[in-house]
Design a protein around this ligand. Structure first.
Ligand SMILES: [Zn+2]
Length: 300
């Protein structure tokens, strides 16, 4: 049924509804995830309307577009997405949309030599956790915004510059914070493999129960391996994620206990989606701070 709805949506996008050129739509930027939407908002300020298809806590790997998303995508002046197959089920739609409207991805300007791969051909899509490369990848998005709205060029470029500085400062501050955890204790265990870029940026060893996508359930072997690792390395805490069900990780917790060792849940990390308003993780920078504080607290 879901598959049928997906095909219908695809057909609608390709052949369907006409773009409504209203005044509001001329200022409408539609982003795929809450992370991309926040970063675009930092550049455009209050000059444009930025909407995110996926709200707080939504898993992008398995997300199917809703009919209301199709309306938004059709109305948008510009569509922005992450790329690297993060938005697995929407990649085809973005590609079709780009034949008839402005569509840009963060992948476009992400430094190619900084991409991590899970095998020879599959890129790890959680690129926003390499803060320096992520901000660099915003160049393509900002250029597209300037092309569409040349009247705001100065403001957008200035906002972008200020955001770059903020991200740089925050990264340095958070690196310092995590360096206070002894190196052998600096091991981050999460539900799915979303933190390899984070680990590289903040010098943390990472391990996860599931692969880089949540579309496949973890197997018995994955659970046993992770339990062995936790017991062997006396890991103090493991972390659940806001966009992934904690069920599988909780079974790891009980298996560890059965082996006579105690590991705690160190809190919730924000991986593929920001938190809701007021959570402190409802912006890109807020998400980074929240994650580092939770990791520090859990592993100290
Ligand atoms: Zn993910």
């Amino acid at each position: 049924m879901k598959h049928f709805a997906y095909i219908l949506i695809g057909v609608w996008i390709i052949f369907g509804c006409k773009i409504k050129k209203t005044k509001a739509n001329e200022k409408l930027i539609v982003c795929s995830t809450s992370v991309t939407a926040d970063c675009v908002r930092q550049v455009v300020g209050d000059k444009l309307i930025v909407k995110s298809l996926m709200g707080p806590g939504v898993d992008p790997h398995t997300y199917n577009p809703r009919p209301s998303d199709v309306v938004l995508l059709n109305d948008a002046k510009l569509v922005v997405y992450t790329g690297f197959h993060l938005e697995g089920k929407m990649a085809e739609l973005f590609s079709r949309l780009s034949e008839r409207k402005a569509v840009v991805s963060f992948q476009l300007d992400f430094p190619k030599d900084q991409v991590l791969y899970t095998d020879e051909i599959t890129p790890d899509p959680h690129v926003w956790f390499d803060t320096e490369s992520w901000v660099h990848s915003m160049n393509g998005v900002v250029d597209k915004l300037v092309e569409l709205y040349p009247e705001y060029e100065l403001e957008f470029r200035e906002n972008f510059y200020k955001f770059q500085v903020k991200v740089q400062k925050k990264t340095a501050e958070l690196k310092l914070k995590l360096s206070e955890i002894p190196q052998e204790q600096r091991v981050l265990i999460t539900s799915h493999d979303a933190f390899h870029y984070f680990g590289r940026t903040f010098d943390v060893r990472v391990k996860a129960l599931q692969g880089v996508s949540t579309s496949q359930e973890p197997g018995v072997r994955d659970v046993i391996d992770l339990v062995d690792f936790i017991v062997k390395h006396r890991v103090k805490a493991i972390f659940v994620e806001n966009s992934v069900s904690p069920k599988a990780l909780k079974s790891v917790l009980s298996s560890v206990e059965r082996r006579g060792y105690q590991v705690k849940i160190g809190g919730t990390l924000f991986s593929d989606a920001l938190g809701s308003k007021g959570s402190g993780a409802d912006t890109y920078l807020g998400m980074l701070s929240h994650n580092v504080n939770a990791i520090k607290e859990g592993l100290k």
